[in-house]
Ligand binder design. Structure first.
Ligand code: BMA
Length: 864
């Protein structure tokens, strides 16, 4: 690590260098804390049937753990569990408080998250009434605690009943909320009450999720005791960055009990960078210290360099005792560039001075039941993004502001985050109380997340502006009364043009605020030349996959196509009698109104009908991957006009047919392997453009690439019919075509039939293939596929096995499976040509004997 300049520049007016009057009390900590996570029990309100509960947890998972309900994801169980959200629930525990806590100036309960309408009682006295799962709640309980045993009791009011009260009290129905599955939820009058409650939208159902409206203590609860003062928040504001140094201000927000002389300091890995004396005044105040880091190492997004982080600690010292706050920063400049150009207005991110094309996905929560998402689950999803060459994830607005670990992992792995505020596909109310609640939610989350270098953008909402303008919502509002559209729009303006951007401007001014995704500016409807775009012409519009490459906006923030999960996952939620995509169970694990028919519609354009259910799933995977490939590559080829490609969606909340590239159990579908290839730093991309066949190359590296471009026309027996190789110099950060030919030229010059040939393209750098890609002239059903014989051999490797495969004829979409065993293949669903031996790594703990027993190798031809 490079050396760090020590500075003692004091910024805040009124900072005085003092010699603190030091005490030497026994406990050197200003604050002590303990988690209250033991002895919890829960009961349906008024039933007095207390059962053990987990905290953090949810009512549903506690009922499940106690054997009171069946697995809600299994078959149709969800339908029998709709009563849970219509009754109230009580949670209680006792905890011991000793003198060391009671003697402190302040004693608070710190709730990191309560879902959602929660009345909190300490020893029988109500201390809090919470109504927003996205907020943190701190309450002073000093007056209510006693030495020894104390009781904490939380009463959760039904989110449906609370919603109904507000719904019924309003004189009109807000348009939207189409994903709120009120009918499935058996809500009286099918009333869509979700918009009235600040709770994850997807809990009420979505077009990839069940309806399971949770309640519970979904995050940690702490008892904290402190003397004199505590650090409310520590903000690191970056100023100038040069090769020699980066300059910052550390802003300490301090809550002080009384007047006192104190010191604030900031250190990096134990080395003090700056410190200053302050005079504390009672209440919450800000105190700043300037500091520098010499020879800064920059933070880069995945693919461009190291995501270097600095560990910082802010310390507040009062009377010889301290309280600290740890944070981590990455030194980088990041800008959303919106400049007028010949086409419209740019929309791209500039990282450390370089325009960077954003490659990634939309991200939803990892489970219906949030507290059961493990750190390991988070690691896996971010690792998937990283190894799939993503540099951005969009945390979509119908889920949650993610847990800290999500952003920590993004920081560490160079994954930028497009962060939506939690509003999606609905119009929301704007009474004063609701707006104030939203404001506090925004404050809590902006403060919590602003030091993360991964956060790239704050975005107001998902698709609300578009829906208002183009989905007929205005008309729906008019039907509710002549003055309703104006009221509803005013609510939109209050939330997305005032409340949220004002919080960002005040607490995190260095980041851009984008009103709605998609849009072309604040309140400006999305178009293709000025902003970001959600393109659903493929899927909803039944347009061909090739349209992905021609329907281009400045930033493609959503597009997607569905597949079922693979059979091993389907087995976990169904029985063999359900194995038909139109069975009740399969239809229930499919929440898009046009889902299974649409999959089938696209599938039959490319393929014959698969011979059985399992083969259908396999072909569906390949279909999804081949389809999205047009987007991944087409968007990148259109750089710099288009500067981002985020497909919908990387993960799932339950086992379901959805647009995801990894399923609920985090298994890679074919799409995830295609994403990895389609987003590789340097990409060779053969494609059709009118009658032309072209070979494009995209280079995301910040330096030029010198490589050999090899193009071959190969028949399915592996015979090379024609080939050409050329040396190419590909400029840094560029996209261009490097080969072009009339499509029919092959036909006349080299080959009469094109149903048994493939165009094979490779880019070779220093003897190594850095990208390869195949192009077929016809859909699979029109290809003359001959049954291949694929041979494989297995060798033990450090983490499992290496499986080497070869074939005598084209083996289309080779699919390796290991039954219900756990393992990860380094590649799958790939095409194998004769003479192209390939070695795949299988990461697994199973024995070689087991592997030989369960390994199956399929090719696409045997799906029919
Ligand atoms: C987009 C998203 C989600 C939805 C998805 C699939 O519009 O924003 O609301 O789940 O499409 O329909």
């Amino acid at each position: 690590m490079k050396s760090i300049l020590r500075t003692t520049t004091l910024a805040a007016i009124g900072l005085l260098l003092i010699t603190a009057c030091k005490q030497n009390p026994k406990d050197p900590q200003l604050m002590i804390s303990k988690e209250i996570n033991e002895n919890w029990t829960f009961s349906q309100a008024d039933k007095d049937e207390w059962l053990p509960a987990k905290v953090p947890g949810t009512v549903h998972t506690d009922l499940l753990d106690n054997g009171k309900i069946e697995d809600p994801f299994y078959r149709l169980n969800e339908l029998d569990q709709q009563w849970i959200d219509k009754v109230d629930w009580d949670y209680k525990t006792t905890f011991i408080v000793d003198k060391s806590f009671l003697i402190r100036d302040r004693l608070v309960l710190d709730f990191k998250g309560l879902d959602t309408y929660a009345d909190v009682f300490v020893n029988g006295k109500q201390v809090l009434s919470a109504d927003n799962m996205f907020r943190e709640w701190q309450v002073d309980v000093k007056a209510h605690l006693k030495e020894g045993e104390n009781e904490l009791h939380i009463h959760f009011r039904s989110p449906i009943n609370e919603g109904l009260k507000k719904y019924d009290a309003n004189s009109f129905v807000y348009p939207g909320a189409g994903n709120d599955q009120a009918e499935r939820g058996q809500v009286e009058g099918n009333k869509k009450v979700s918009i009235y409650t600040r709770k994850a939208g997807y809990h009420y159902g979505w077009d990839w999720g069940p309806r399971l409206v949770t309640s519970g203590i979904w995050k940690q609860v702490y008892l904290k005791a402190w003397d004199d003062a505590k650090i409310e928040s520590l903000q690191i504001v970056q100023h100038e960055v040069s090769d020699d140094k980066a300059t910052f201000t550390a802003v300490f927000e301090v809550d002080a009990v009384k007047k006192a002389k104190a010191t604030v300091s900031i250190s990096n890995d134990g080395q003090t960078l700056a410190s200053g004396a302050i005079n504390l005044t009672p209440g919450v105040s800000k105190y700043s210290v300037n500091f520098e880091i010499a020879n800064p190492q920059l933070w880069w997004s995945n693919g461009l360099g190291e995501a270097h982080l600095y560990n910082l600690t802010g310390t507040l010292e009062v009377r010889g005792r301290t309280v600290t706050e740890d944070t981590r920063i990455g030194i980088r400049t990041l800008e959303l560039v919106r400049e007028k150009d010949d086409d419209g207005t740019s929309f791209f991110f500039k990282l450390n001075g370089h325009p960077v094309f954003m490659k990634g996905a939309n991200y939803i929560p990892n489970d219906m039941f949030l507290p059961r998402v493990t750190d390991e689950n988070y690691r896996k999803v971010i690792e998937t993004a990283k190894i799939s060459n993503n540099n951005m994830l969009r945390v979509w607005g119908g889920g949650i502001y993610e847990n800290d670990i999500f952003y920590d992992l993004c920081d560490e792995n160079g994954i930028l985050v497009w962060q939506d505020f939690m509003f999606a596909c609905a119009m929301f109310p704007n009474d004063a109380e609701f707006l104030d609640n939203i404001k506090h939610e925004a404050i809590d989350n902006v403060k919590r997340l602003r030091n993360h270098p991964s956060i790239a953008l704050w975005c107001g909402n998902n698709e609300i502006l578009t829906a208002w303008n183009t989905w007929g919502w205005k008309r729906d509002a008019e039907k509710e009364g002549a003055d309703v559209p104006e009221k509803v729009w005013q609510a939109y303006v209050d939330i997305f043009h005032k409340t949220l951007p004002e919080v960002v401007e005040e607490l995190d001014p260095s980041r851009s605020y984008w009103g709605s995704s998609p849009s072309s500016g604040l309140g400006v409807q999305a178009d293709l030349v000025n902003g970001d775009e959600h393109y659903w012409g493929v899927w909803w519009g039944k347009e061909p996959f090739s349209t992905y490459a021609t329907h281009l906006a400045r930033f493609m923030s959503e597009y997607g196509f569905q597949s079922f999960p693979e059979i091993a996952t389907v087995r976990k939620y169904s029985e063999p009698k359900d194995y038909d995509i139109y069975s009740e169970v399969m239809k229930s694990h499919q929440r898009s109104s046009i889902g299974n028919e649409t999959i089938e519609y696209y599938l039959l354009k490319e393929y014959k009908h698969p011979k059985d259910f399992e083969s259908f799933l396999y072909v569906n995977h390949v279909l999804q991957a081949d389809g999205i490939k047009f987007g991944l590559e087409g968007h990148r080829r259109a750089m710099p006009y288009c500067m981002g490609s985020l497909y919908w969606q990387i993960n799932d909340v339950w086992p379901v047919a959805s647009w995801s590239s990894t399923d609920y159990f985090q298994k890679w579908k074919a799409l995830q392997y295609y994403v990895k290839k389609g987003f590789s730093q340097v990409l060779v991309s053969p494609y059709e453009d009118d009658l032309k066949l072209k070979v494009g190359i995209v280079n995301d590296r910040l330096e030029p690439v010198n490589a050999e471009l090899r193009i071959q026309l190969v028949d399915f027996d592996g015979k090379v019919i024609w080939e050409e190789a050329s040396l190419v110099e590909i400029p840094a950060n560029s996209s261009d075509d490097y080969y072009e030919v009339n499509k029919w030229e092959f036909r006349y010059k080299y080959r009469r039939e094109i149903n048994d040939v493939v165009l094979k393209t490779e880019l070779v750098e220093n003897g190594k293939v850095i990208s390869n890609n195949h192009y077929y002239f016809l859909p699979f059903k029109d290809l003359k596929i001959k049954k291949p014989t694929v041979e494989h051999s297995i060798a033990k490797s450090e983490n499992g096995f290496d499986i080497t495969l070869n074939t005598d004829k084209l083996a289309k979409n080779v699919y390796l499976q290991i039954g219900d065993e756990e393992g990860f293949f380094s590649d799958n669903y790939f095409d194998l040509l004769p003479n192209d031996k390939v070695t795949i790594n299988l990461k697994t703990d199973i024995s070689e004997e087991k592997l030989n027993e369960v390994l199956t190798v399929r090719t696409l031809d045997d799906a029919f």
